[in-house]
Design a protein around this ligand. Structure first.
Ligand SMILES: Cc1cc2nc3c(=O)[nH]c(=O)nc-3n(C[C@H](O)[C@H](O)[C@H](O)COP(=O)(O)OP(=O)(O)OC[C@H]3O[C@@H](n4cnc5c(N)ncnc54)[C@H](O)[C@@H]3O)c2cc1C
Ligand SMILES: *[C@@H]1O[C@H](CO)[C@@H](O)[C@H](O)[C@H]1NC(C)=O
Ligand SMILES: *[C@@H]1O[C@H](CO)[C@@H](O)[C@H](O)[C@H]1NC(C)=O
Ligand SMILES: *[C@@H]1O[C@H](CO)[C@@H](O)[C@H](O)[C@H]1NC(C)=O
Length: 469
C-alpha cells in the first residue's frame, strides 16, 4: 500500500469514528445506547481489569438486544470500523476486548435463567460469574465457571474454562448446549451440535472469530454448601508447602477436591498461598490436612455457599499492567515445583528493578479424567483429549507502560523454560502473540479456518482483536 493511501485511510478512519457512532445511534432500537467520552457509562464500558488492556474508544455501545447487535455489526462491517467486544474485560491482552474504534460492551445481556425441565441455565454474555453463581445458588443449582471474583462469563467460556467443578463435569466449554450468536451476516442464530457441528466446535476455543455471542445455554447441576477459601503462608514454610503440593497433585483422586497453589513475589518478599475447594460441607480427612497444618498468616476457609466462596476472593480491578502466560505442564513433580520456586527466586528480584508489583506462578492440578467429560474432537481447545495439560500460569503485574517489553519477554522466557514444548496452549492464559496452531493444533485450525471462511466470508470479525484463525 502507498504511504498516501495509508494516511488517507487513517484520516478517514478517525473522522469516520464519530460518524459511525452516530449512524449506530440512529439505527438501533431504544433498548440500546451509544455513549461518548465524558459520560460515566463510556468510562465503565472501556474499563478493564488491567490497564494494559484498556484503550480510548471513539464511543461505546451497550446493545440491549441481539437484533441491535446485528444492526451494529452490519454498520461496523460496511464502514470497516475497528471495534472491541467486552464481556467481563478480564483479558490482559491489548486489543482483545478493547479498541480505538467502537467499543461494544455486552453488560445488558445479564439474563440468568434456570430451566428445571432441561436442567440447563441460559446465561447472558454480559454477566460476570459472581452474579451467575448468586442467582443459581438461590435455586440450589450451579454451572461450571470461574474460581475467582469479577471475571466475565463470555471470555472464560469461549476460551475454555477451568473450574473448581471441572474434575466432575469438564471444562466450561464442555458444558455448552447452545450458543445464541449474532453471525457476521447480522443474523441471530442458535448454534448447537446438531444445527452446525463445525461452528459449534469452532466456538469452543475460538472467542470472537465467528460473531458476537449473546447467550450461552449451559448444563446445570445440583449445588449444596461447599468448603474452602484462601490461605497464605510465610516463605519460611516452603519445604512443607512444596511437599504438600506434590502430595496433593499426585495422590488426591477425589473429583470433588480442587486447589490452586501460588508462589508469589511481592514487596521484596516471597509468599505462598492456596485456594482450597471441596464440593461438600466438610472435606474428608487427609485431603487438605498438610496445608491446614502449616501456620497461615491469613486464612479464610469455611463451609459456605459457592457464591460466597467466589465473592470472598473479590478485590476489584487490578488497576495496573498485567501479562499472563500459560506454562504447559504434564506433571507436578517435585522437580517441577522446585523449578517454579527457582524461577520465582530469579524473576522476583530481577523484575523488581523494573517496577514489578508482583510475580506469581499458579499451580493448577486436575485429575487425569478431566477431559473425558466430552468426546474427543468436540472442541477446538484443547487440541487433544488424550491427556491433560495443566494450565499452570505465570502472572506479572507492574506499573509503567515503558516496561511492557521487559515483562512480556519475561513471561515468554519463563514459560519456555518451565513448559513442555508442543503441548496445547490454553487460550485464556496465552500471551497476545501466541500462534493459534499452538492452541488448536493443525487439524483444529484447518477446521476453524474453513468455518470462518464460510461464516464470515467478508472478514467482519477481523476488525476486532484477539487470536485470529
Ligand atoms: C483474576 C482472574 C481470574 C481468572 N480465573 C480463571 C479461572 O478460574 N479459570 C479460567 O479458566 N480462567 C480464568 N481466568 C482467565 C479468564 O478466563 C480470561 O481472562 C477470560 O477471557 C475473561 O473473560 P472476560 O469476559 O472477562 O474477558 P474479556 O476481556 O471481556 O473478553 C475476552 C475475549 O473474549 C471475547 N469476547 C467477550 N465477549 C464476547 C462475546 N459476547 N462474543 C464473542 N467474543 C467475546 C473478547 O472479544 C476477547 O477477545 C482468570 C483471569 C483473571 C484476570
Ligand atoms: C516469616 O518467617 C520469618 C522467619 O521465621 C520471620 O522472621 C518473619 O517474621 C515471618 N513473617 C511473618 C509475616 O510471619
Ligand atoms: C462480596 O464481597 C464484597 C467485598 O468483600 C462485600 O463488600 C460484599 O458485601 C459481598 N457481597 C455479598 C452479597 O456477600
Ligand atoms: C447467516 O449466517 C448464519 C451462520 O453461518 C447462517 O446460518 C445463515 O443462514 C446466514 N443467513 C443468511 C441470510 O445468509
Amino acid at each position: 500500500m502507498l504511504p498516501t493511501t495509508a494516511l488517507l485511510l487513517g484520516l478517514t478512519g478517525t473522522v469516520l469514528g464519530f460518524h459511525v457512532c452516530q449512524l449506530i445511534a440512529d439505527e438501533v432500537s431504544f433498548v440500546t445506547d451509544v455513549y461518548y467520552p465524558g459520560s460515566s457509562s463510556y468510562v465503565a464500558d472501556n474499563e478493564h481489569y488491567a490497564t494494559s488492556s484498556s484503550q480510548v474508544s471513539k464511543c461505546s455501545v451497550e446493545p440491549g438486544s441481539a437484533e441491535d447487535v446485528g444492526i451494529i455489526l452490519g454498520i461496523l462491517g460496511k464502514t470497516k470500523t475497528p471495534f472491541g467486544i467486552k464481556g467481563g474485560g478480564h483479558s490482559a491482552n491489548l486489543g482483545f476486548s478493547s479498541t480505538t474504534g467502537v467499543q461494544i460492551a455486552m453488560a445488558r445481556f445479564n439474563e440468568v435463567t434456570y430451566e428445571s425441565a432441561t436442567q440447563t441455565a441460559v446465561i447472558g454474555a454480559g454477566n460476570i460469574w459472581d452474579d451467575v453463581y448468586e442467582i443459581l445458588n438461590a435455586q440450589g443449582v450451579n454451572v461450571v465457571g470461574v474460581r475467582e471474583s469479577g471475571v466475565g462469563v463470555a471470555g472464560l467460556i469461549l476460551g475454555g474454562g477451568y473450574s473448581y467443578l471441572s474434575n466432575q463435569y469438564g471444562l466450561a466449554l464442555d458444558n455448552v448446549v447452545a450458543y445464541e450468536l449474532v453471525a457476521p451476516n447480522t443474523t441471530v442464530v442458535t448454534v448447537t451440535e446438531e444445527s452446525d457441528p463445525d461452528l459449534f466446535f469452532s466456538l469452543k476455543g475460538g472467542f470472537n472469530n465467528y460473531g458476537i455471542v449473546t447467550r450461552f445455554t449451559l448444563k446445570a447441576y445440583p449445588q449444596g454448601a461447599v468448603w474452602g477459601g484462601a490461605a497464605s503462608y510465610n516463605a519460611s514454610y516452603i519445604s512443607a508447602f512444596n511437599a504438600a503440593s506434590v502430595k496433593f497433585c499426585s495422590e488426591v483422586a477425589d473429583p470433588k477436591a480442587a486447589m490452586i497453589m501460588a508462589y508469589v513475589y511481592v514487596s521484596g518478599q516471597e509468599l505462598l498461598s492456596t485456594l482450597m475447594f471441596y464440593d461438600g460441607p466438610t472435606p474428608p480427612d487427609g485431603i487438605f490436612d498438610d496445608f491446614l497444618a502449616i501456620p497461615a498468616f491469613t486464612q479464610d476457609v469455611a463451609t459456605r455457599s459457592f457464591f460466597d466462596l467466589i465473592n470472598s476472593t473479590s478485590h476489584g480491578a487490578a488497576g495496573h499492567r498485567i501479562v499472563i502466560n500459560h506454562i504447559p505442564t504434564l506433571e507436578y513433580s517435585e522437580s517441577f515445583i522446585e523449578g517454579i520456586a527457582d524461577e520465582l527466586n530469579f524473576w522476583g528480584p530481577t523484575l523488581s528493578t523494573h517496577g514489578a508489583l508482583s510475580v506469581t506462578y499458579a499451580v493448577e492440578p486436575f485429575l487425569p479424567s478431566l477431559l473425558t467429560h466430552a468426546p474427543a474432537g468436540s472442541s477446538a481447545y484443547p487440541s487433544s483429549r488424550d491427556h491433560v495439560v495443566f494450565p499452570t500460569a505465570v502472572v506479572l503485574q507492574w506499573v509503567s507502560e515503558s516496561e511492557d517489553d521487559v515483562f512480556h519477554d519475561a513471561a515468554r522466557q519463563t514459560a519456555e523454560k518451565l513448559g513442555v514444548e508442543g503441548e496445547s496452549i490454553y487460550p485464556d492464559y496465552a500471551i497476545y502473540d501466541t500462534p493459534v496452531v499452538d492452541m488448536f493444533g493443525e487439524e483444529g485450525v484447518k477446521r476453524m479456518e474453513a468455518t470462518r471462511k464460510r461464516v464470515d466470508p467478508y472478514g467482519v470479525m477481523l476488525l476486532t482483536g484477539g487470536f485470529k484463525v
